[in-house]
Design a protein around this ligand. Structure first.
Ligand code: PMP
Length: 413
C-alpha cells in the first residue's frame, strides 16, 4: 500500500468503511466508539491477514524446515522489519517482539534494571504514568532496595519539566516517561527529557502505547534508550507489541524469560543464549497476531501518519470546544500539546453512571481510573469519564455524543 499524498484531504468516512465493526448497532443505535485509548478497532485488512495466515500458512516459527514453517517465519520476521521502519530504529535487531507494552516494560525492569540496581538507587517516572510504567519498577525496587520517585505535574496535566530534570540526580539509574498520557492526552517533550537524561548518563524508557496510534515515531530523533508500544491500540491484534532498545543495552541484558527459541545451546549444567533480539523471545509467539500487526502498520502507513495527526488534531479541537460548552463539565487534562484523549467530570453525576447511560445510546466511553491511580490521587477523584478518538471518528459523532450527554444528565437529575 502506498501512502496517500499529504495534499489529499483526509476523509474519515472513507476510512470508517474499512472497519467492519464500526457499522454495527449497539442497543438499537449506531455505534459511536470513543474508547480507542483502551483498544482500537481493526480494519478489514488486519482481520483478513490473520484469517489468511491460519487458512494458508499456519506453522510455528524458526523451528521447521518445511515450506509452511519457512512461510510463517518469513511473515513473522517481516513484521520486525516493519516495526523497525515504523519507529525508525537503526536496526531490526533492536526490535524485541513482545505481547504488548506491559511485557516490554517488564523486560527492561527484569533484564536491565534488576541486575544493576542496588540499595539507595532511584528510578524516576512521572505522576501521569500508567500502572504498566509504575508497578514493574516497584517490584524491582522491592528486590533491590532502590526507590521509585515520580516527578510532579501541573493542574493542567503538564509535566513539570524543570522538576523532572532537577530530580535526575546521580542516584537515578533509569527514568521512564509516557509519551502520550492515556488519561490526559498530554504529549510529553520526550526529546528534551531524553537530552537531559543523556547528559547525565541516565537511560530513558518511553511508554509509547498511546503515541504510536496518533503520532509519527522516530526513536533516533527522540534520543531515548527504550521505546515500548502495544499492537492492539495501533489497529492490530491483542497480544502483540514491541520493545525497541539501543543495541548496547540489549547486548548487556541477560534474559529474564527462559525457554525455547532464546538459546544457543542447552546443557543440563549450563545454557548459552541467542543474540538479541531472540534472547528475549522465549516460547511460541502470537504469530498470527504479528502478521495482523504487520497489516495494521501497512494500513496506517498507507493513510500517512502526518495526515492522521493533522485530522485528529482538528477533531480534538472541535471536541474540546463542544465539551467545554456543556454546563458543569470539567475537563481533566488541558495541556497545550495534546493527542485525541478527553477526560472529564460532570457535576453531580458519577462517571460510571454516565458511561452506562451513554452505552444505552450506543456510545462506548470508558469510566474509571484508567490504570493511573497516582494521577487520580493527584486530581482527588476516584474516576473520570474518558472519550478517546481515532481517525475514523467524526464531528457528527462528537455532536451526537454532546447531545447524548445532555439527555442522560437529565435522567440522572
Ligand atoms: N501504557 C499506557 C499509557 C497505556 O495506555 C496502556 C494500555 N492501557 C499500557 C501502557 C499497557 O498496554 P498493554 O496492556 O497493551 O500492555
Amino acid at each position: 500500500m502506498s501512502a496517500v499524498p499529504q495534499s489529499v484531504p483526509f476523509d474519515p468516512l472513507r476510512q470508517r468503511a474499512d472497519f467492519p465493526l464500526l457499522a454495527r448497532q449497539v442497543n438499537g443505535n449506531p455505534l459511536i466508539y470513543f474508547d480507542n485509548a483502551n483498544t482500537a478497532q481493526k480494519p478489514r485488512v488486519v482481520i483478513e491477514a490473520v484469517d489468511a495466515f491460519y487458512r494458508e500458512h499456519n506453522a510455528n516459527v524458526a523451528r521447521a524446515v518445511h515450506t509452511l514453517g519457512a512461510e510463517a517465519t518469513s511473515a513473522y520476521e517481516a513484521v520486525r522489519d516493519k516495526l523497525a521502519r515504523f519507529v525508525n530504529a537503526p536496526s531490526r535487531d533492536e526490535i524485541v517482539l513482545t505481547s504488548g507494552t506491559t511485557q516490554a516494560i517488564n523486560t527492561v525492569a527484569y533484564s536491565f534494571a534488576l541486575p544493576r540496581l542496588k540499595s539507595g538507587d532511584e528510578i524516576l517516572v512521572t505522576t501521569m504514568e500508567h500502572h504498566a510504567n509504575i508497578v514493574p519498577w516497584q517490584l524491582v525496587c522491592e528486590r533491590t532496595g532502590a526507590t521509585l520517585k515520580a516527578a510532579p505535574i501541573t493542574p493542567q496535566g503538564e509535566l513539570m519539566v524543570e522538576r523532572f530534570i532537577q530530580m535526575l540526580t546521580p542516584k537515578v539509574k533509569l527514568a521512564g516517561v509516557v509519551h502520550v498520557s492515556n488519561v490526559l492526552g498530554t504529549v510529553n517533550p520526550v526529546r528534551d527529557l531524553a537530552k537531559a537524561c543523556r547528559a547525565r548518563g541516565i537511560p530513558l524508557l518511553v511508554d509509547g502505547s498511546q503515541a504510536a496510534p496518533h503520532l509519527p515515531i522516530d526513536v533516533q530523533a527522540l534520543g531515548c534508550d527504550f521505546y515500548a508500544l502495544t499492537g492492539h491500540k495501533l489497529f492490530g491484534p491483542t497480544g502483540t507489541g514491541m520493545l525497541w532498545a539501543r543495541k548496547e543495552h540489549l547486548a548487556a541484558m541477560p534474559p529474564f524469560f527462559g525457554g525455547g527459541e532464546m538459546i544457543r545451546e542447552v546443557r543440563i549444567d549450563k545454557t548459552t543464549f541467542a543474540d538479541p533480539p531472540h534472547r528475549f523471545e522465549a516460547g511460541t509467539p502470537n504469530i498470527a497476531g504479528f502478521v495482523g500487526l504487520g497489516a495494521a502498520l501497512d494500513y496506517v502507513e498507507s493513510i500517512g501518519r502526518e495526515r492522521i495527526a493533522a485530522y485528529e488534531h482538528e477533531l480534538l479541537g472541535y471536541a474540546t470546544a463542544a465539551l467545554k460548552s456543556v454546563p458543569g463539565l470539567r475537563l481533566i487534562g488541558t495541556a497545550q500539546h495534546k493527542a485525541a484523549v478527553l477526560s472529564f467530570l460532570i457535576d453531580g453525576a458519577h462517571a460510571h453512571d454516565l458511561a452506562t447511560l451513554l452505552d444505552n445510546e450506543g456510545i462506548a466511553v470508558r469510566s474509571g481510573h484508567h490504570c493511573a491511580h497516582p494521577l487520580m490521587q493527584f486530581y482527588g477523584v476516584p474516576a473520570t469519564l474518558r472519550a478517546s478518538l481515532a481517525f475514523y471518528n467524526t464531528r457528527a459523532e462528537v455532536d451526537a455524543f454532546v447531545a447524548a450527554i445532555a439527555r442522560v444528565r437529565k435522567l440522572l437529575g
